[in-house]
Design a protein around this ligand. Structure first.
Ligand SMILES: Cc1cc2nc3c(=O)[nH]c(=O)nc-3n(C[C@H](O)[C@H](O)[C@H](O)COP(=O)(O)OP(=O)(O)OC[C@H]3O[C@@H](n4cnc5c(N)ncnc54)[C@H](O)[C@@H]3O)c2cc1C
Length: 403
């Protein structure tokens, strides 16, 4: 049986980062993962270039970019370890990066640069890594956690769970962290897929089924009154439904059985534009509409009403108004989502009511939860990695303070 100051289960973003910080401050850290490779999600993230943080994150107002039962929970950790702190680390390691859309920072070359940086930080902290190594059981005996693993028994007074969320089970995701939380009497907010493409079926969807591959900027909304969320982003038609940043973002807020709204032309007053076009043009309506939306989309919409298949001067004003209204306020009810197979995050997780927002320690003394396994979910755009770094850092500070 080996003894450690801290054992961290899960060598992904949060686990690697926490291990490096705790190791460099003098703790004897064991980091184990049931996968043969570390950080598979970092590897595939950001299209292979890891969108590792977001410059626009506002730690003073975390609810702007994070959701969960208590969206304010993440404020303490995010304000103590900011995107600027992580950027400084990236720069110190000479990792080249660039800013894309809306404050998103990506590696210039590949996600591998971030993985190598985290491994170097672990190396500098003398962190011991065991992989592949699965944990069969965890029991607590006289204030010490005893783990039976596939590489033998280990003992530690401080156990950190960094096993991530449920998406992409084929690269190592598991519900182990959620089950462990329940084993120790902690509450779990029912998980569901987030940042996920939405699917549609039935006759309402039939006119759009052939539009796969088509993309355009839209405004997408869901929810009512105070719950209402809106995103101005690109929409992508897929074979089974809708994706693209707009739909991924709204999917984290969408409740099954409810509808979403899409404004296909948020920048244009289509009613006025069509009325004007009718005065000056003899084009067929679908051809005229193609000035503002992709031609295939214009065709798919105008096919739905015989009045919309005429030349502009022959379309009654009311029919033009109806088309403008339909494109600005397209309401549709998803039949579901592509699920954890395609989701980028898990919404829900270990209930933040049972965790300290300063240390990430649970009500169960010496048991910590960091990263995606916690009920904190970020928007698309580097926010989820920043939560992994910040929660890992807050936890490491607490581990060091305990010694
Ligand atoms: C396709 C894709 C693209 C993404 N792109 C981005 C992006 O560009 N920017 C961004 O901010 N976020 C992105 N995300 C989300 C981001 O990857 C996660 O939020 C982040 O990795 C969570 O970090 P984590 O350490 O909590 O979990 P993970 O990084 O998932 O690490 C969990 C680790 O725990 C291990 N593990 C699981 N179960 C066990 C067990 N029972 N025993 C031992 N080990 C176990 C896993 O093997 C894994 O190594 C993306 C996600 C996906 C799926």
């Amino acid at each position: 049986m080996t003894e450690w100051d801290v054992v961290i289960v899960g060598a992904g973003a949060a686990g690697l980062f926490c291990a490096g910080v705790a190791g460099q401050r003098g703790l004897r850290v064991l980091l184990l993962d049931h996968s043969p490779k570390v950080a598979e999600k970092i590897r595939i993230s950001g299209g292979g270039r890891c969108n590792f943080t977001n410059r626009l994150l506002d730690p003073a107002a975390p609810q702007t970019h994070f959701l969960g039962q208590n969206p304010h929970f993440c404020r303490s950790a995010l304000s103590r370890y900011t995107p600027q702190d992580f950027v400084a680390l990236v720069q110190a390691h000479g990792v080249a990066f660039h800013e894309k859309h809306k404050g998103q920072l990506f590696c210039d070359t590949s996600s591998e640069a971030i993985i190598q940086m985290l491994l170097a930080e672990c190396g500098a902290g003398g962190v011991t890594r065991w992989q592949p190594c699965a944990v069969d059981t965890v029991v607590q005996e006289a204030g010490v956690y005893v783990l039976q693993t596939t590489q033998g028994s280990v003992r530690t007074p401080q156990l950190v769970v960094a096993t991530g969320g449920l998406p992409i089970p084929q690269i190592g995701a598991s519900d182990w962290g959620l089950r462990l939380a329940e084993q120790f009497g902690l509450r779990v907010v029912t998980p569901r897929p987030g940042l996920v493409p939405l699917t549609f079926s039935g006759s309402d969807w039939a006119p759009y089924a052939e539009l796969a591959g088509l993309a355009l900027p839209v405004r997408v909304t869901t929810g009512e009154k105070k719950q209402r969320m809106a995103f101005d982003e690109d929409l992508l038609f897929t074979h089974r439904g809708l994706s693209g940043p707009a739909v991924l973002q709204i999917s984290s807020y969408w409740q099954p059985g409810t509808s979403i709204g899409i404004d296909l032309l948020p920048q244009v007053d289509l009613r006025a534009a069509l009325a004007d076009a009718k005065r000056h043009s003899r084009k067929r309506l679908d051809n005229a509409l193609a000035a503002w939306v992709p031609a295939r989309l214009a065709e798919a919409w105008t096919r739905q009403d015989p009045l919309w298949q005429r030349a502009l001067p022959e379309v009654p004003d009311k029919a033009l108004d109806r088309l403008a209204e339909a494109l600005a306020n397209w309401r549709l009810t998803p039949s579901g989502s592509e699920g954890y197979r395609k989701a980028e995050v898990m919404v829900g997780g270990v209930d933040t009511r049972d965790l300290s927002q300063q240390t990430l320690e649970s009500k169960q003394k010496g048991l910590f939860f960091i990263g995606e396994v916690v009920d904190v979910t970020g928007w698309l755009g580097g926010y989820n990695f920043q939560w992994a770094w910040a929660s890992g850092h807050a936890c490491a500070q607490a581990l060091v303070a305990r010694g």
